[in-house]
Design a binder for this molecule. Sequence first.
Ligand code: FCB
Length: 472
Amino acid sequence: MTIQQDSQLASPAVAFPQDFLWGAATASYQIEGGAFEDGRTSSIWDTFSRTPGKVLNGDNGDVACDHYHRRADDVRLMSELGLRSYRFSVAWPRVQPGGRGPANQKGLDFYRGLVDDLLGRGIEPWLTLYHWDLPQELEDAGGWPARDTAYRFAEYAGLVHDALGDRVKFWTTHNEPWCSAFLGYGSGVHAPGVTDGAKALAAAHHLNLGHGLAVQAIRAAVPDRQMGITLNLHSLKAASDAEADRDAERRIDGVGNRVFLDPIFRGEYPADLLADTAELTDWGFVHDGDLAVINQPLDMLGVNYYTRQVVAGPSDDGAPQSHWRAPSAWPGSGQVRFLTRELPVTEMGWEVDPDGLVALLKRTHEDYGPIPMYITENGAAYDDRVAPDGSVPDPDRVAYLDAHLKACHEAMAAGVPLRGYFAWSLLDNYEWAWGYSRRFGIVHVDYDTQVRTPKTSAHWYADVIRRGGLAA
Ligand code: FCB
């Protein structure tokens, strides 16, 4: 890569603060490979990806980007791009095989090495404890719908912290617990593939409880440890002012956003959510004292944003909609319709709507702040191809990132304390139920040769970081 000198760079028209944390993100199962090496055991994604019909083309994470063996090269690449921070996750079954008992030192060694490589190159490690790889044995014992999993998670968090607490400043518990609970146990499109609304709600509570217990466990060791959580908050818009559409927005906000935000920041579950889901559960899984455990003071909130959703009430003719029938990812609110608009879409079919990010950040700040926020994921999948000259042009991704960074800037100008941004993703990787068919990386990965090629967006992002902002 050609690196320009700072002095050659014009100052940016859209400038970010000097200490803004510019980064890129990945997750263990999506990039590591080395799936059964050095004592790692199966996670629910190893099992799910081997279950016929669950993942496109039957793809699995056995090899993925082979990051387990290419760690040092990948960190060098991050350094060449000028990343100030790298968000990664720890694979639970790598460091505590089976989800119980002592730590597996070989598994921890991988992350010790990663953190040392990062620090050696001046890149701030940002650690996520859980990005969906639950040890299979814990799923067999009931998974997240079982209360014990929350306690197991806190114990695991303590083991990771014992090993890395001296070197990692930023700690987050879960990545997108909404997906773990409602895609994992509601619609079943993610591991473990269960379709049971009541279990999904119990899972959400135990993910919340596990978060609180993990924060307590880590702060018992280091009381001022910087801790947070990453949520995929849903940016919602009612299709119209009609009561049914506004009710649809309230419902999806409840089971998509407030189910996590309210207990974490306010120490309560929303009354309307309990009412919406009363036919499924009496919420008896919430024990006395749980909400106080969940309601720990936090230092940062990570927000993952990809798109906005327009929601509407049931159609007039009462015809069942795709979400009406089980399995729904929205227990108690399966009748809500999700409408599409005339907007450009990414390869995931997700509408490109940067204004939705501004609205989401402002709302979250107003209702749950003040708390420093970080965009812990934002990006887009496109059908990138290597050109004959070896480059990987991805103008749509550059436009997407540019527009969303401008949205971040707009939210900051409106008073949102946004402190950093992580592009999803550093590398093309295993996109869950879509296998390797969806490329989100700013760096292209050839899965046959494992050759990494920075796309145009990577060069562009490196420039943005060096300049500290964007052109007009
Ligand atoms: C998020 C996940 C991440 C990645 C992106 C596209 O929901 O956290 O692992 O798959 O979506």
